[in-house]
Write a protein that binds this ligand. Structure first.
Ligand code: KIV
Length: 248
């Protein structure tokens, strides 16, 4: 299992870091078997697994079930647990919640945006923190690319540098121009993980349902489909139904 230090060493050595979301035991096992560097139990599971409209619709109690399942499925992989909306509303609340994820076997937690005093408090208590800047789905008003204006770009760079200076070992950069992803990657010691942040971040993350073709909806523009599980599963179900109707 890669430690936060080893993830930063990969950056220094110019080696890419692979991260994918996974939410359950079976897919965590498959991702570990494939040799993924890190699994993110993202709050995107609110949409992909539970059919909620927004990532902010999921809370701690539900997240804990999925983080536990992934840690059991991928015991040798660095699992990043996403802190759901308001679970990090102040430093002590964030610490109590992060501790619950770590006790289940998570290796680090991801914090979206800049909740005041939270990242540095968790780090001071020995909890490795992955920051998340650019598009912030928990609070976003729209899902357009961020950092296109000079002011927005300046703010994202400042946020990323602040996370780096606080000691975050890793920073997810979501849906920003490639030039901005590259600039931040070159200016921070934390490993940068892009999702729509261009080719030059230290690593990449995708939502599993986009990467494996597990839904009928359109992928975001930056998400390549590497398999077509949806069609394969429907085909398997049809064959099963046929077999049942023919009395096996
Ligand atoms: O919840 C999630 O899947 C995420 C990724 C989009 C980085 O935060």
């Amino acid at each position: 299992m890669l430690s936060p230090e080893q993830i930063k060493e990969k950056k220094t050595a110019g080696k890419k870091i692979s991260m994918i979301t996974a939410y359950d035991f079976a897919f965590a096992q498959m991702a570990e078997n494939a040799g993924i560097d890190q699994i993110l139990v993202g709050d995107s599971l609110a949409n992909t697994m539970l059919g909620y409209k927004k990532t902010s619709d999921i809370g701690m109690e539900e997240m804990l079930i999925f983080v536990g399942a992934v840690c059991r499925g991928a015991p040798n992989t660095h699992v990043v647990a996403d802190m759901p909306f308001l679970s990090d509303k102040d430093p002590q609340t964030a610490y109590d919640n992060a501790r619950r994820f770590m006790d289940l076997g998570a290796s680090s937690v991801k914090i979206e945006g800049n909740p005041v005093g939270v990242r540095e408090f968790l780090i001071s208590k020995g909890i490795p923190v992955c920051a998340h800047h650019g598009l912030l789905p928990q609070t976003a008003k729209d899902f357009h690319q961020k950092g296109k204006t000079e002011e927005e770009a300046r703010n994202i760079v400042a946020d990323a540098k602040a996370s780096d200076n606080m000691g975050c070992f890793e920073i997810v950069l979501e849906h920003i121009p490639e030039s901005l992803g590259t600039l931040i990657t070159n200016q921070v010691s934390a490993a940068t993980i892009g999702i729509g942040g261009g080719k030059f971040t230290d690593g990449q993350v995708l939502v599993m349902h986009d990467a494996l073709g597990m839904h009928l909806g359109k992928n975001p523009p930056f998400a390549t489909k590497f398999a077509n599980i949806y069609d394969a599963a429907v085909e398997g179900f049809r064959k099963y139904i046929e077999a049942v109707n023919e009395k096996l």
